[in-house]
Design a protein around this ligand. Structure first.
Ligand code: DC
Length: 218
């Protein structure tokens, strides 16, 4: 099942809870792009020097892997807690727009998903959230959802989550990321063909989870 949508639409928490309710695995592809960004920042702290060639050099050495509980590892180092830092959030759209990065992540996403599905004796599903899952990575996914909400509502949610900054700051940050994610040339954020669009403005997380579970199970 693919769940796509812009920043702050509530994809990650909804996807995690839907997976829990259905007994499916959950794959957070945003966390993968964040891990590449973190690794890149560690090697090249000066953002101004970043080029796609430098990222391409780093990619084969990354040893990126995901744990069953949603942890993300670089080698044997658990980097999960550092992935949502301001520094990573500010730069991840730039790194995730690079073709070499997307190619490596999409390959890994397909491998991991294949293993999760085959590794279970029972018929088993995977909930995957991101920006290009239903449109590019798994266009044949049985269920495709696109979660959206107004810019103001998404900014409000992020502000509540992070507990700092003004609403105006958050609106500007999110708008910038929306622009970068939807205007990049490789697999931009778009509504996948046949996706069910859910405007989550004014809905609780629980309501969104119930709606998705109902669509999938009926
Ligand atoms: O969902 P998130 O905020 O953790 O995503 C982090 C960034 O990664 C976001 O700016 C867009 C990018 N991303 C992407 O390009 N493709 C995906 N499938 C998932 C995330």
């Amino acid at each position: 099942m693919a769940i796509d949508g812009p920043a702050g639409a509530g994809k990650s928490s909804v996807a995690r809870r839907v997976a829990g309710k259905l007994g499916y695995s959950y794959l957070d592809t945003g966390a993968m792009y964040r891990a590449v960004t973190l690794a890149f920042q560690e090697v090249h702290p000066n953002v101004a020097t970043w080029t796609e060639d430098k990222v391409r050099e780093l990619l084969p050495r990354l040893e990126l892997s995901m744990g069953v509980g949603g942890q993300v590892y670089l080698g044997d180092r658990d980097v999960t807690s550092g992935l949502r830092s301001k520094e990573v959030t500010e730069s991840v759209s730039r790194v995730s727009a690079m073709g070499a990065v997307r190619e490596a992540m999409v390959k890994l996403q397909r491998e991991v998903t294949g293993k999760l599905i085959q590794g279970n004796a029972e018929p088993h599903g995977v909930v995957i959230d991101g920006r290009d899952i239903g449109s590019h990575v798994f266009p044949g996914a049985r269920h495709r959802f696109y979660l959206d909400a107004t810019l103001e509502e998404r900014a409000r949610r992020r502000q509540a989550q992070e507990g700092d900054g003004t609403l105006q700051d958050w609106m500007e940050r999110i708008e910038r990321r929306d622009r970068q994610d939807s205007q990049r040339t490789v697999a931009p954020l778009t509504i996948p063909e046949g996706a069910r669009v859910v405007d989550t403005t004014g809905m609780t997380e629980q309501e969104v989870v119930s709606l998705i579970v109902e669509v999938v199970t009926t």
